[in-house]
Design a binder for this molecule. Structure first.
Ligand SMILES: Nc1ncnc2c1ncn2[C@@H]1O[C@H](COP(=O)(O)OP(=O)(O)OP(=O)(O)O)[C@@H](O)[C@H]1O
Ligand SMILES: [Mg+2]
Length: 646
């Protein structure tokens, strides 16, 4: 039965004037179990023919059938499968992977077959022992002699069965004794049923084959059969049941190991490449943490101003100079608003500045006439005593709550002034409470503030019925924007025109939030640029890595690696570099945050899990994006070109 069939195979190399016709209309059939020697002078086209036979190269024209199947119509992956399962290559210069031990080199083809490590190594050990390399299983190629290396490569050729053994000058680099040993082994393989195709320029070696084909200038000039020794194929790799998942798993594991190996064997280079990613990720995470911290700080201050309140003031806005004189808001407006369903309460307020006298002290203070709910609405807490009641508001009670500034200035020797009487603008007021310290920013925290019921302030102190503003607390489940619009409409109807303006603490909050978000976005985008620069560094080093290992890629392809295996291997390498860089970057920023938080007391960086996860996802994405092009380049290499590279 014919295992190999060449019909009018032509091969050209080069283009234009440099175009050379290397194989000329070759017709050839090789039967199963045969031992064929291809002989010819240097440059006659032997290796070219061998490469086409082994599906490492493709003919320019002509038909090539293996076991009756047309090779020209096969996909790249099917060709890889053929190289993996049908062919076993023995090269003149061994082509072992220098960083793998003898056992790993021999076992490599089974990785691409999807065999697990245990059965792989067992089979490799058996093969190597049969080739008298039992004591050298753990040696790397540079620790082996040429003859020993060639025997490792024979073991590798047999690993997946090696139905057809293709040996291109297998003894070319060996001394005569080792050469004879290798020829003994090859003859033994023939007897075991392997189909052998051997290329040589040495007629003594060719004489050991059953059939000798001589080629000259790309043409077959003679084809002689010396013996009819055909052997049944005895040994094939016992059909191990392998699930698709296992196959993918072992191939992935191999790629992963190779990537780790590649990174570890260039530690300095990998670290420098990572540095870009480390700095990028560390700055993104730190900036976000700092942004969170400052936003939280500002929000805390805004929240201390009270939640969800709307201030209504007369005039058209803060810039309106008439507003101090405009007296359009009435107590009745406040009462009206407080009846609305979406409003928790509304309190009018009036203010007056004046002289506060106590004992020998006379100070300038700000008097605020407010409703009983004021303290609740503004989120002001009481340190001692109590606040005034609704009843006291109704009765215009002469009671007052003072703030801590007033306490300090007017009562330096008396920390408990509740029950004392102070005089404000010549009116006596009884202290019933003291507020806690006010942390909110602005002039309020600097001034001395005292609070009385607004009725007291209006009728007893100011002697008018005008109010300065109304503070409205909107119910929690109501959108403050909608509430603001409704209040505006109602008051406009009541007053006949819009003679007031409103300040919504919620909109202040939103403004601050969006301002800090913009800030964060700005700094984060600078950090992202540094990440892109880091990514370009990764791409650069991956291109170098691919170039350095082109030969390795060629060897892997020759023994059955598919394009996906090569792509995967380099992609994993890029992702690993980036991911490790990402982890180091996150750790760095956590370290910086720890140092920062230790030294700064009132302001701490806030790291969110989300931002850390996002950073790691980002670094993985960078690895994939910037590693893809080099990895794709590697997987697109032609096996034969890759093998030929130095
Ligand atoms: N990639 C290539 N590009 C251009 N020309 C090539 C290429 N590969 C081989 N050739 C040419 O094809 C011819 C045959 O080369 P081949 O390697 O098949 O010879 P060979 O018979 O194996 O020789 P040797 O015994 O020296 O190994 C040579 O003239 C060589 O220059
Ligand atoms: Mg050659």
């Amino acid at each position: 039965m014919n295992i190999i069939e060449f019909k009018k195979i032509n091969k050209f190399f080069g283009q234009g004037d440099n175009r050379v016709h290397v194989l000329k209309n070759i017709d050839l059939t090789i039967e199963k179990g045969d031992f064929v020697a291809i002989i010819g002078q240097s440059g006659s086209g032997k290796s070219t023919m061998m490469n086409i036979l082994g599906c490492l190269d493709v003919p320019t024209s002509g038909a090539y059938k293996i076991n009756g199947v047309e090779v020209g119509k096969m996909e790249k992956d099917e060709l890889a499968d053929l190289r993996c399962k049908t062919f076993g290559f023995i090269f003149q210069r061994y082509n072992l992977l220098s960083n793998l031990e003898a056992r790993e080199n021999a076992a490599l083809p089974a990785v691409y077959l999807g065999l697990n490590a245990e059965s792989r190594n067992k089979r490799a050990d058996d093969l190597l022992k049969r080739l008298e390399l039992g004591s050298k299983l753990k040696n790397k190629p540079h620790e082996l002699s040429g003859g020993q290396q060639q025997r490792v490569s024979i073991a590798r050729a047999l690993m997946n069965g090696g139905e057809v053994i293709l040996a291109d000058e297998p003894t070319g680099a060996l001394d005569s004794k080792s050469g004879e040993r290798v020829m003994e082994i090859i003859k033994g393989l023939h007897k075991q049923g392997h189909t052998i195709i051997l290329v040589t320029h040495d007629s003594k070696i060719a004489a050991q084959a059953s059939r000798i084909i001589e080629i000259k200038d790309g043409e077959i000039v003679s084809d002689t059969r010396k013996s009819d020794e055909f052997y049944e194929t005895a040994e094939t790799l016992e059909a191990v049941k392998k699930s698709k998942f296992d196959v993918l798993k072992y191939r992935f594991l191999e790629s992963f190991n190779m990537s780790v190996h590649a990174i570890m064997s260039n530690k300095m280079r990998s670290l420098l490449t990572m540095l870009g990613i480390i700095i990028g990720i560390a700055s993104v995470v730190s900036v976000v943490a700092l942004g969170n911290a400052s936003q939280a700080k500002i929000m805390e201050q805004i929240n201390s101003m009270g939640t969800n309140t709307i201030d209504i003031r007369p005039g058209t806005g803060f810039g309106d100079r008439r507003s101090a004189r405009v007296r359009t808001l009435k107590v009745s407006d406040s009462e009206h608003l407080s009846k609305l369903s979406f409003i928790d309460n509304a309190t009018p307020s009036v203010s007056a500045s004046g002289n506060l006298a106590y004992g020998s002290y006379t100070l300038t203070a700000q008097l605020n006439g407010v409703g009983a709910q004021y303290f609740d609405v503004k989120g002001r807490k009481i340190a001692q005593g109590r606040i005034f009641t609704e009843e006291e508001v109704d009765k215009m009670a002469s009671v007052v709550v003072i703030d801590d500034n007033t306490l300090k200035e007017a009562f330096p020797d008396n920390p408990n002034p509740v029950g004392e009487i102070i005089i404000f603008n010549k009116k006596p007021l009884k202290i019933i409470g003291v507020t806690e310290e006010d942390n909110s920013p602005g002039p309020m925290s600097e001034m001395m503030n005292i609070w009385t019921p607004y009725t007291t302030a209006m009728y007893k102190i100011n002697g008018t019925n005008d109010i300065d503003s109304i503070t409205v607390k909107v119910s929690n489940n109501v959108n403050s924007q909608v509430a603001e619009e409704s209040i505006e409409n109602i008051l406009t109807v009541l007053h006949g025109k819009k003679d007031f303006f409103m300040i919504n603490t919620d909109s202040i909050k939103q403004t601050v939030e969006s301002a800090t978000n913009t800030m964060k976005l700005l700094i984060a985008s600078i950090a992202v640029i540094s990440l892109i620069v880091g990514g370009i560094g990764v791409m650069n080093i991956m291109l170098v890595s691919v170039t350095e290992r082109t030969r390795e890629i060629g060897i892997r392809m020759a023994i059955g690696a598919k394009q996906a295996d090569i792509l995967q291997q380099f992609l994993i390498e890029a992702v690993l570099i980036c991911l490790v860089g990402g982890f180091l970057g996150v750790s760095l920023s956590l370290l910086v945050g720890w140092a920062f938080n230790t030294f700064s007391e009132d302001f701490g960086m806030i790291f969110s899990t989300a931002s850390i996860i996002l950073a790691l996802v980002c670094s993985t994405a960078i690895g994939i994006i910037f590693g893809y092009m080099p990895a794709k380049n590697a997987s697109n290499l032609n096996p034969i070109d890759a093998l030929a590279s130095e």
